[in-house]
Design a protein around this ligand. Structure first.
Ligand SMILES: [Mg+2]
Length: 287
């Protein structure tokens, strides 16, 4: 019987070597061969919207995934030879959080707030409302205002605040509470009938922490910062999931554990028999 694996990976600075640390020369090619095996279902989990995911796949010559969890968990696409197919079942799963309201309705509710400036159309979708916010505002008071306005209309939203450092601007995402990476990965596990024994997640940064510290076996790539490493270990321990978190250190096939090398290292850690999939690559042995 073919061994099955649901491999869910973040893109930026996890699979994509777009951080300051070096990438092992063969890592991405090995990764591509590894996931081309029958039985592997490959999922990209990212804050990027569809066009930016397609751009990353092309620019970095990544393998075509089977699914993409995009827009910070607000969309799931199945990707086949015929194209990208938005998973309506996921839309139906997250829609109740917004009490049936959609992008246009919520943006109308918040239109009176002059600190919020809508981001470009490509960064918005039915269940994702994204704003630019000046960095010098009282963040706590602003989030409080937004939250109060939404609660009044029975909207259960998560407010995700981040900073675009190079541009010097704050970013605020208003999302259905259930639309996050962790819940989306769990949804796909159920949808594709995978369990904790044959699912692995890989990530590198703060927005991956909820999955890294969950019961889903997860690897933190070696290029992650010391702060994220400490936070992931602490949160996983607090939730009793320390054994489900692996920190890549390098060494697998002489690779450094950064980016895709770390992803492979994590899979081999949680599913040791898959080590053989890598050994057979070099010998040209067919299976
Ligand atoms: Mg990342």
């Amino acid at each position: 019987m073919t061994a099955r694996l649901l491999l869910c990976s973040d893109l930026d600075r996890t699979l994509l070597p777009n951080g300051p640390q070096p990438e092992s020369p063969d890592a991405r090619a090995r990764f591509a061969r590894f996931v081309s095996r029958p039985g592997v279902v490959l999922v990209y989990v990212t804050g990027r919207h569809r066009e930016l995911v397609e751009q990353a796949i092309a620019n970095y010559r990544l393998p075509r995934p089977d699914f993409v969890i995009g827009d910070v968990g607000t969309t799931i696409f199945e990707v086949t030879q015929n194209g990208w197919h938005l998973q309506q079942a996921w839309q139906a799963e997250i829609a109740p959080d917004w009490a049936g309201l959609e992008h246009a309705d919520i943006s109308a509710l918040l239109a009176g707030n002059r600190l919020l400036r809508l981001q470009e159309t490509a960064k918005q979708n039915i269940h994702k409302l994204s704003y630019y916010v000046p960095l010098d505002v009282d963040q706590v008071a602003l989030l409080d205002d937004v939250r109060q306005c939404l609660v009044k209309h029975h909207v259960n939203a998560s407010l995700v605040w981040s900073v675009d450092e190079p541009a010097g601007i704050g970013l605020l995402d208003v999302l259905p509470a259930r639309a996050n990476k962790l819940h989306a990965v769990e949804f796909l596990m159920q949808h594709c009938r995978f369990s904790y024994t044959n699912t692995v997640f890989a990530g590198d940064s703060g927005n991956d922490l909820a999955v890294l510290s969950s019961a889903i076996p997860a690897v933190l790539v070696a290029n992650a910062s010391a702060e994220v490493r400490a936070a992931a270990q602490q949160q996983a321990a607090a939730l009793g999931n320390s054994s489900r978190l692996y920190l890549a250190v390098g060494g697998l096939l002489g690779m450094n554990g950064n980016y895709s090398a770390g992803v492979l290292e994590g899979v081999v850690h949680f599913m040791p028999p898959t080590r053989l999939w890598l050994d057979r690559q070099g010998t040209g042995q067919a299976e």
